[in-house]
Design a protein around this ligand. Structure first.
Ligand code: DON
Length: 305
């Protein structure tokens, strides 16, 4: 099985390398500095081995792929019951930056859209926002398997232009979903989105979810087992935003995308998959990331249903 994975990835990379549909994200100005041709693909198996091809070591910002992991941290810190009072688990059918709040309670519809993710970040354990940041940084490091850093230029770029997210954070404060200081939580959210990862790192993060919450290389537990299914469920129904239904129909795996160009997909008990290709479609998902997952799902028969 192992040699075939490496050969398969080489062939897949060659098939997709020439495709150039999609655009770099530009609403965060610093993201336009990415090379649109970058293409990396990594698969990590449950014995902790990574198979990578292309630009799999290139660092880029994790962006929204941080959201399911931070949601897992919040579940571990607060418990499922308390979280369900603050953030829902219904697909919104709307764009990732839509203000999809429950009309009565003000709770964001799910933790994958920006509104739900900003709320989730504010709910992490820690007496100060600095302590909450430490929680994010150390937990992401456990998922990846090594310490992580923040791309300060991307962080500053989003912080100085992200007024829509700022408005969302104030709305969440208005509804009592955010209890503390909303602007401080928002900065933590911007920082978590600017964490630098490689495609290979993302595949280890996905593989940790596939492995019941334990990093398959380091053996360290990143997430209590009881919350892994909850995280994968919201990834399956909401991870690709207003493409989530088509994604589940066609590809059939829990997944998450980010506007930095990453996509992860999780095959429980088998693989963590990551693709890095920064050209995005109109919904903010990596064009070649989607296509690579379509082909992997089809070629290995990995659709869940
Ligand atoms: O909040 C934002 O808009 C970005 N930091 C993250 C958005 C994102 O990655 C959407 N995913 N495809």
């Amino acid at each position: 099985m192992q040699a075939p994975i490496a050969a398969y990835l080489q062939a897949l990379h060659a098939q997709l390398a020439g495709a150039n549909a999609g655009e770099l994200a530009s609403y965060i100005p610093e993201l336009t500095k990415a090379n649109p041709d970058w293409l990396g693909i990594s698969i990590v198996t449950m014995d902790g081995v990574a198979y990578s091809v292309g630009d799999a070591e290139q660092l880029f910002t994790i962006q929204s792929i941080s959201k399911p992991f931070v949601y897992g941290m919040a579940l571990a810190d607060r418990g499922q019951q308390a979280m369900s009072e603050k953030v829902g688990v219904e697909p919104s059918g709307d764009a990732f930056n839509s203000i999809s709040l429950h009309p009565q309670t003000g709770a964001p519809l799910n933790p994958m859209i920006n509104a739900g993710a900003i709320a989730t970040t504010s709910l992490l354990a820690g007496r100060t926002t600095e302590a909450q940041w430490q929680r994010i940084e150390s937990s992401i490091a456990t998922f990846v398997g090594h310490p992580v850093t923040v791309d300060e230029s991307v962080y500053q770029s989003e912080s100085s232009t992200g007024h829509r997210n700022r408005a969302i954070a104030w709305m969440l404060k208005n509804f009592g979903i955010i209890e503390g200081e909303p602007m401080a939580s928002l900065e933590n959210y911007f920082r978590q989105c600017a964490i630098e990862v490689s495609c290979r790192d993302l595949a280890y993060m996905a593989a940790t979810l596939a492995n019941g919450g334990v990093n398959p290389l380091t053996g360290q537990r990143a997430l209590p087992a009881e919350h892994v299914g909850q995280v994968l469920s919201v990834m399956a129904t909401c991870g690709m935003y207003d493409f989530a239904g088509s994604w589940l129909y066609e590809v059939g795996m829990p997944a998450k995308s980010g506007v930095g160009g990453g996509v992860i997909a999780v095959i429980p008990g088998r693989f963590g998959i990551a693709i890095f290709s920064p050209r995005l479609d109109a919904k903010g998902n990596s064009v070649r990331g989607i296509e690579a997952c379509r082909r992997i799902s089809r070629d290995f028969g990995l659709h869940m249903f």
